[in-house]
Design a protein around this ligand. Structure first.
Ligand code: FRU
Length: 482
């Protein structure tokens, strides 16, 4: 790692981080006492989190930073928390990485990304929010090779609104960097008039601290949006995938990127994950993209927020992106049952075959027969009632998930069957339907602790449970090392 001569002692940093750490520790008992807190979804040691920030695989470890309020379980006082993992399954909580430098006028450190400079050294880029000034883009640099502590160089701010000349941009935030050829680019989300926009910049120095504005790369097609948040732009096969967070969802646009003209042209528009927000993409050891995003389950005092399960991101044969749960999640499996070729009419209770309760993975294939609909019920009451229902209507090919808009699935290659893979973690459901072409996150809002039954069901006739695999999952390991 290069010698970071610009790093000076920062007594304010040490003092602020010590104070924040005390606040987090004092909230641990409350957070840990909630038996409905997700157990294998990444979450804070205690208190509030929202977006994942700047995930990077570096020297054998994933570093996943996140929007963190160390002082409470509601949004505020934005810092970057720091989770570290070898496999994105089990975790260590490390010290807070980025903090608002009050002496330099910062109130919040908002979302952003990590990017390696030409020498391979990771740098953090984020949006700095001040009390009495416009947003600015800032950078932070690691003080050590483990990425345990960071410093802010004197080059900050590295981008200001003044770069745009006459272009009036609001909600300007969430820098994301990528390299193409020998050039390094940054996209930042924002709003112009009543349109969400993604803006393009190009680095003009190897230290990535001087940038020129290239213009509006992409205008969101919907009129009346305040902004397009958290843009991510990556090459996927021979196309480019642009993600933005809008309408409470992660939206995807697949298309062509013309960096000479600074224009992204979308060919396909879709919803990548309905229910999750503020995506980030991390490249694994081989460079393959993994999606991370924020989800907000119901919560108790002492904590709020988690990440959705990490998903592999691919391009499907129809040119739309596909999400698949990360294979490493199978490390959570403890005990499994399998069923095959079974007629299904009414409800089939799975709870006594594999008592799982509230931590499980389920993969099934349902074929229609005479049934009008079929699906799964989670967190069913001991008397067989209640439960959150995920229902598929065979005739209209529509999937109904609690809290999500009804979604029409693409036709399945064989006779209208439904393939569904889902993970239940207390009140959180990650759902991948039709081979990952549809991906959703849902919250179960009214389950009682004793509601732990699981059913598959068919209604309006008989369906066929072609196959079912159910795995009881253990909690992920979270070690507090901060
Ligand atoms: C998205 C977002 C980002 C912003 C951050 C602030 O959830 O609004 O645009 O940087 O959260 O916490």
């Amino acid at each position: 790692m290069r010698t970071l001569s610009i790093i000076e002692p920062d007594p304010e940093r040490d003092e602020l981080l010590a104070k924040a750490t005390v606040a987090v520790k004092s909230a641990l008992p409350a957070a840990n006492s909630d038996s409905e807190r997700p157990a294998f979804h990444f979450h804070t040691p205690a208190n509030w989190m929202n977006d994942p920030n700047g995930p990077i695989f570096y020297k054998g470890r994933y570093h996943v930073f996140y929007q963190f309020n160390p002082y409470g379980d509601a949004w505020g006082n934005m810092h970057w928390g720091h989770g570290v993992s070898r496999d994105l399954v089990d975790w260590e909580h490390w010290p807070i990485a980025v903090w608002p430098s009050k002496a330099k006028g910062e109130e919040h450190v908002y979302s952003g990304s990590t990017f390696r400079d030409n020498d391979g050294n990771p740098l953090i880029f984020y949006t700095s929010i001040g009390k009495a000034r416009d947003p600015e883009q800032w950078m932070a640099i690691p003080k050590d090779d483990d990425l345990r502590a960071f410093a802010k160089p004197s080059a900050n701010p590295i981008l200001t609104l003044a770069l745009h000349g006459g272009d009036s941009i609001h909600e300007w935030r969430d820098p994301f960097l990528f390299r193409e050829g020998r050039e390094t680019y940054m996209v930042v989300g924002g709003g112009r008039g009543n349109r969400g926009v993604v803006l393009l910049y190009q680095a003009t120095d190897p230290g990535l601290s001087v940038w020129k504005y290239r213009g509006v790369l992409f205008e969101h097609p919907d009129v009346g949006l305040r902004s397009a948040e958290c843009p991510n732009l990556v090459r996927l096969g021979d196309r480019w995938l642009l993600l933005t967070s809008t309408h409470g969802k992660i939206e995807s646009f697949v298309g062509m990127l013309d960096l000479d003209r600074g224009i992204f042209t979308a060919q396909n528009r879709g919803i990548l994950v309905d229910g999750a927000y503020a995506s980030q993409i991390v490249a694994d050891a081989r460079g393959a993209p993994i999606l991370l995003a924020w989800f907000q389950p119901p919560h108790a005092p002492g904590w709020a927020g988690c990440l959705g399960l990490p998903s592999r991101l691919k391009l499907g044969s129809d040119g739309n992106p596909i999400c698949e749960p990360l294979a490493e999640l199978s490390r959570l499996r403890e005990k499994s049952v399998r069923l095959r070729g079974q007629a299904l009419s009414g409800a089939l209770d799975l709870s006594d075959r594999l008592p799982t309760g509230d931590g499980l993975e389920l993969a099934l294939k349902l074929e229609p027969g005479t049934a009008a609909s079929a699906g799964v019920r989670l967190r069913v009451a001991p008397d067989g009632t209640r439960g959150a229902e995920i229902r598929y209507d065979f005739r209209t090919r529509t999937l109904h998930t609690p809290g999500r808009a009804p979604t029409v699935l693409p036709p399945s290659p064989d006779n209208a069957s439904l393939t569904l893979r889902l993970f239940l973690d207390k009140t959180v459901v990650d759902l991948y339907a039709a081979g990952g072409t549809v991906s959703q996150m849902a919250a179960i809002r009214d389950a009682r602790p004793e509601d732990r039954g699981i059913q598959v069901f068919a209604e309006g006739g008989e369906a066929r449970l072609a196959s079912l695999e159910m795995h009881r999952l253990r909690p992920a390991r979270f070690v507090n090392a901060f």
